[in-house]
Design a protein. Structure first.
Length: 232
């Protein structure tokens, strides 16, 4: 049976919005078809040219997942985490009523769970606040996101959710330097995706298959991912 695939990843491009603590990426031409003509590749009757790009980026830019090492000096780096952790059954919670710089509480989680009709039991939980659709690619997308409270993060961990995801650059409000969600993730040995998009397309769809596999970056504190939802 054919499946519908929904891409939950933002495009990576030169100078794209980034968290205030991170540098935007570089994505620039490295070789061009025009320049490569001088190499005389291929054959006289079938010449070949090529293009290539150079990119450099922080491991927390664009759609990415945090390694345990990001939040704890003795935590596992991304290449040592079990790759099967980054795929599995998932559900989207509709939290579009949460205001900019608001807090996502346990009550919000419980109400969204009921509305989704899915009892969280080891699911990857993706939180749709509408931030991406509202602001991306404007600068506001980097500093208007809601935050997941410590209590709500515990709520997810208590239900076996080792991964959750948000649309903005952080699971914590940009105006809260205490980072309650990140600290709770550290303590509960769970983690999260940041900079997801297109979550609106999954509201009301129930349970679906999710994959957001990181690159095998040795010693890295996180990794960009191509996050995908598979609907039967």
């Amino acid at each position: 049976m054919a499946r519908t695939i929904i891409d939950l990843s933002v495009k990576i491009y030169d100078g794209m919005p980034a968290h205030k603590n991170m540098r935007p990426p570089f994505l620039l031409p490295h070789g061009t078809h025009e320049a490569s003509k001088a190499r005389n590749l291929g054959t006289p009757d079938d010449p070949m040219t090529f293009a290539s790009c150079y990119f450099a980026m922080n491991d927390h830019i664009g759609t990415h997942v945090d390694a345990f090492f990001h939040m704890h000096p003795q935590g596992l780096p991304i290449d040592e985490m079990d790759v099967t952790m980054f795929m599995g059954k998932a559900v989207v919670f509709d939290l579009r009523h949460i205001p900019d710089l608001g807090d996502i509480s346990v009550k919000d989680m419980e109400e969204a769970e009921k509305k989704a009709g899915v009892k969280v039991d080891g699911h990857i939980v993706l939180l749709c606040t509408g931030l991406h659709k509202k602001y991306f690619p404007m600068p506001e997308v980097s500093h208007r996101n809601a935050g997941v409270t410590a209590e709500a993060t515990h709520w997810l961990a208590d239900r076996g959710s080792k991964l959750h995801g948000v649309e903005g650059p952080s699971t914590d409000r940009p105006n809260d330097p205490t980072f309650p969600s990140h600290r709770t993730c550290r303590d509960r040995k769970i983690t999260h995706y940041e900079w997801l998009c297109n979550l609106e397309e999954l509201i009301g769809k129930g349970v679906f298959e999710f994959q957001g596999v990181p690159l095998n970056l040795k010693g890295a504190s996180g990794s960009p991912v191509r996050a995908l939802a598979f609907l039967s």
